[in-house]
Design a protein around this ligand. Structure first.
Ligand SMILES: [Zn+2]
Length: 274
């Protein structure tokens, strides 16, 4: 079930939204990024890692959304990390009395009973100035940006030339902006420029949802996301091909409509034209 992307980097794709868990092999064990969705698939992943002689020695969540924050007891008690902002955001969320109910509302009914919430979000924030994940393996550079969620991080596994991009650059989901930010559009465009800036160091990129791609595909997805975000600012974006793709056409246009509405409200509030 694990697929090798390049030497020392493997992925597992979940059925839920084509979510990609990423395994980076280290000296004595693996770094596990965004571990997966259902209890069964995470337990199977733990078995596979055991068989490879790669116990999990560190975890990382790219951003503070439930589908990137799960964990399974079989992965053991390795330290789990996120950026400082990511950890602060999830800590605040978990301090609410009804957070499990809030997440339950978002879960598709067909998997709701099989998503283990007990270990959700128990991550340690790395210091704000941290530029790497502290672990015994290839250097993993943290490229933090504000776009999809607070403290969102892309990870560059330098010697493997692999970029893990979290919920950016997906071929199945449109850009979903962090509407709690002061300027979500500019944040998103800045994040795309940041990713573009490292594209020359990348041979393969792995999105949180959807297909893995090469450097050319990465540039194409950056362009596609930029076009959507710019169109969204002007009340457009409805022609984005991802909105009509079979897998998500039943719900994704609703997200797009909601984003359009948010920007219309924002424009009305700010009194800016257009
Ligand atoms: Zn996600």
């Amino acid at each position: 079930m694990l697929r090798q992307v390049t030497e020392g980097v493997l992925t597992h794709e979940s059925e839920f939204l084509q979510s990609n868990a990423v395994v980076v092999q280290g000296k004595v064990g693996a770094l596990l990024i965004d571990p997966g969705i259902t209890s069964d698939e995470m337990a199977a992943l733990a078995n596979d890692l055991h068989a490879l002689g790669q116990p999990v020695v560190a975890g990382f969540s790219t951003h503070p959304h439930w589908d990137h924050l799960l964990w399974h007891a079989r992965f053991g008690e390795a330290p789990r990390y996120g950026t400082a902002r990511c950890a602060a955001d999830i800590r605040a969320f978990l301090s609410g009395a009804h957070w499990k109910d809030d997440i339950a509302e978002e879960l598709p009914p067909e998997i709701a009973g099989d998503v283990p919430l007990d270990l959700l979000g128990l991550i340690t924030g790395l210091p704000a100035e941290a530029t790497q994940i502290p672990w015994d393996g290839p250097t993993v550079r943290i490229i933090e940006h504000q776009a999809h969620a607070p403290g969102h991080a892309a990870l560059l596994i330098e010697e493997r030339r692999v970029l893990v991009v979290g919920d950016m650059l997906s071929d199945v989901l449109i850009p979903m902006l962090d509407m709690s930010a002061a300027d979500p559009i500019e944040d998103y465009l800045a994040a795309l420029r940041l990713l573009e800036g490292v594209a020359g160091d990348v041979k393969v990129f792995i999105p949180g949802h959807g297909s893995v791609g090469d450097a050319d595909q990465m540039r194409a997805r950056i362009e596609q996301d930029r076009a959507y975000v710019q169109a969204l600012r002007d009340g457009g974006g409805s022609d984005d091909p991802r909105l009509s793709a079979p897998l998500n056409k039943d719900w994704l246009p609703g997200v797009h409509g909601w984003q359009l509405q948010q920007f219309a409200k924002k424009r009305a509030r700010d009194g800016t034209p257009g």
